[in-house]
Design a protein around this ligand. Structure first.
Ligand SMILES: [Zn+2]
Length: 281
């Protein structure tokens, strides 16, 4: 237990420089230190006695960025141990918009990567929720280190083609090139080859799922909810359901979309979990 607290505290501290830089304060400044505690209440309680010695230096604003503060981030219970799905042995990959589970979890996915929001690293650092990034290699080419940096805050990078072309109806060779080519490139750049795939626009055919399988992909994903301009749109009902996959993009409203997605998950009594944990290795 003690070890867990220390680890979490260390992780919170590692996230500090970004938040501190945004506020113009040096990383060693006491306000920044207490700010990290605000993002992780449990750690704050565990560390409180050490910091009460300098009450005059307590911060007023929690860490945040442009258009948000840590108070905007819902607090979630920990995700339960994952129960991976069964994969078919058919020479094709499953295409899912929801993980079949009764666990109280949902999955946040963020696509493309054309726009590199300066708020995304700060938000992910403060939120500490797992997210899956389906990245198009042409979209991220001009700033791959930006996406590499997001991994330290819980983001896992998966494949979303090279050129973001609709795949349905295209030849096996074309589709295979788009899928394998993007997975190979991401594997080289980020030292982990993707195992999940999302076809652009969610359009696919049987060839897509066969080509994905042949590229070493284990599962392909659509979504149940989309978030755009801070608004969540549901395919079914008005609530995120257990196992739902939520789609947002690296777009100008990144902050509003990210917060809206987390609030919707929280309102449904669910907690964010990592999609990769539900696919057998
Ligand atoms: Zn896309």
């Amino acid at each position: 237990m003690r070890r867990r607290v220390l680890t979490a505290t260390t992780a919170a501290l590692l996230g500090l420089p970004l938040a501190a830089c945004s506020a113009g304060a040096p990383a060693t400044d006491p306000p920044a230190s207490a700010g990290a505690s605000a993002a992780a209440p449990t750690e704050h309680l565990a560390r409180a006695p050490d910091h009460l010695a300098a009450p005059a230096a307590r911060p007023t604003p929690p860490p945040g960025g442009s258009g948000w503060t840590a108070r905007d981030l819902p607090v979630f219970p920990p995700a339960p141990p994952a129960e991976p799905i069964d994969l078919p042995k058919s020479g094709s990959v499953p295409y899912l918009s929801r993980i079949p589970t009764r666990q109280r979890v949902a999955f946040l996915t963020i696509d493309d990567g054309y726009l590199k929001s300066p708020e995304a690293p700060r938000l992910l650092a403060a939120a500490r929720v797992p997210v899956t990034l389906f990245l198009t290699t042409d979209a991220i080419r001009d700033d791959e280190p930006y996406f590499a940096g997001l991994r330290q805050y819980g983001a896992v990078i998966e494949a979303h083609t090279i050129t973001h072309t609709a795949l349905r109806g295209r030849s096996y060779a074309f589709q295979r090139h788009e899928i394998c080519g993007s997975a190979d490139h991401l594997g080289r750049r980020f030292q982990r080859r993707p195992v999940l795939f999302r076809p652009p626009f969610g359009t696919r055919d049987a060839t897509t799922l066969r080509a994905a399988h042949d590229c070493g992909i284990k599962a392909a994903f659509m979504w149940k909810e989309t978030v755009h301009k801070g608004k969540v749109r549901y395919q079914e009902g008005r609530r995120v359901r257990p196992g739902d996959i939520i789609l947002m993009h690296f777009r100008p409203a990144f902050v509003q979309d990210f917060l809206a997605a987390l609030r919707a998950i929280h309102r449904a009594g669910l907690t964010p979990a990592l999609l990769e944990d539900y696919v057998p290795r």
